[in-house]
Design a protein around this ligand. Structure first.
Ligand code: COI
Length: 355
């Protein structure tokens, strides 16, 4: 039974049959429909699934001027049984509200997030390509819509969900660099929120690193630049002396990733020891130098498990063991993919099947 009455305007004909599935670029192709709901200052009103397309806005809309804008990322998969499965969507609904609270925005009832998403996926199920390595990337987002140039929290908001068929975000293993000058997030700031501005602030340092041949930065803490944080699109993991390490998200500077949480659950269920705490760059550096670090990877929704083939720390490049030898992360990648596509039993109850 649906608690919300979501009106639907169906697009005819669907554009799914015209998609060039071989040549998808991440985030450039959009499915037929989108979910939209507005906050009028009191209530979330007029939830609707409508054809994907441009919208018009007042140029004084406060999201543009003052950046009250947050987003989420999750994925749906189609297994060999033809069923569409979405991975841990309630985690994203909850995290959206964490971000909304930090950015002083309206919160969204989690059932409305989920019902809108399920209705959209049911209608656009042809956009989930049933082959290995493919998924439908789902982008929920919310932004301030009040037309007002004074600085204050907007009274009105729009929440939307777009979907976009994708392959892996990173093709193959990546080169990264530990950033010791620029800062993604400071304690007391917005780093644990999925705020659009966090991504804007990272573009310039990321561009400098890309000019040096790196795909991504590994951020360090703002105060000392001595502790590892995350990489913007991913949380960071490494295996050292058989113990899985990842920086703690108990501070407010690191995004609490859904893939990160899933990896920690799997590791615990397999009896792999785990350390989640503040981790100094030197701990990783020494382990890479003496060979006790055997695996290094990033984890995120878009990136899934992104193997790191080399890492630069203070002008020195380190190369962890070859990807084929990395037992834990290869097993995690295989297990997560199996659960998401219905090949493996979903013993954690992570998957929601769309009817
Ligand atoms: C995601 O994994 O959904 C992200 O947030 C990465 C995105 C910025 C591409």
């Amino acid at each position: 039974m649906s608690a919300y009455s979501i009106r639907t305007e169906v697009k005819h004909p669907s554009a799914a049959s015209a998609v060039d599935w071989e040549n998808l670029t991440f985030g450039r192709t959009f499915s037929d429909h989108m979910f939209v709901v507005d906050f009028d200052g009191q209530n979330w009103v007029d939830p609707r699934v409508v054809p994907y397309g441009p919208m018009s806005f007042d140029p004084a809309m406060s999201a543009i001027h003052y950046g009250q804008s947050i987003f989420e990322g999750l994925k749906a998969y189609k297994g060999a049984d033809g069923k569409v499965r979405v991975f841990r969507p309630e985690m994203n609904a909850r995290r959206l509200n964490h971000s909304a609270t930090r950015m002083c925005m309206a919160t969204l009832p989690e059932p409305l997030f989920l019902e809108g998403l399920y209705k959209l996926l049911a209608l656009d199920s042809d956009w989930v390509y049933p082959a290995e390595g493919y998924s439908l990337y789902i982008r929920p987002f919310m932004f301030a819509t009040e037309a007002y140039l004074g600085i204050k929290p907007s009274d009105t908001y729009r929440f939307m969900i777009l979907t976009s068929p994708v392959k892996a975000y990173y093709q193959g293993a990546i080169r990264v660099k530990v950033e010791r000058h620029y800062t993604r997030a400071a304690s007391g700031g917005t780093g644990s929120a999925k705020a659009a501005g966090n991504y804007a602030a990272s573009l310039y340092p990321a561009k400098l690193a890309q000019e040096q041949g790196f795909r991504q930065l590994i951020w360090t803490d703002a105060a000392s630049h001595e502790y590892l944080e995350e990489s913007g699109t991913m949380n960071l993991f490494f295996m050292k002396n058989g113990v899985l390490h990842t920086p703690t998200t108990e501070s407010d500077t690191i995004l609490s990733g859904v893939t990160r949480d899933s990896i920690l659950c799997l590791a615990k269920s397999w009896g792999v020891p785990v350390e989640t705490r503040r981790i100094k760059v030197t701990e990783l550096q020494e382990g890479l130098r003496d060979g006790s670090v055997t695996e290094l990877f990033g984890a995120g929704t878009a990136a899934t498990i992104a193997q790191i083939e080399s890492i630069r720390i203070d002008e020195e490049d380190f190369t962890p063991p070859p990807v084929e030898e990395r037992q834990f992360s290869n097993k995690v990648a295989k297990t997560l993919s199996g659960i998401k596509t219905g090949v493996l039993e979903d013993s954690f109850g992570w998957v929601q099947t769309i009817e």
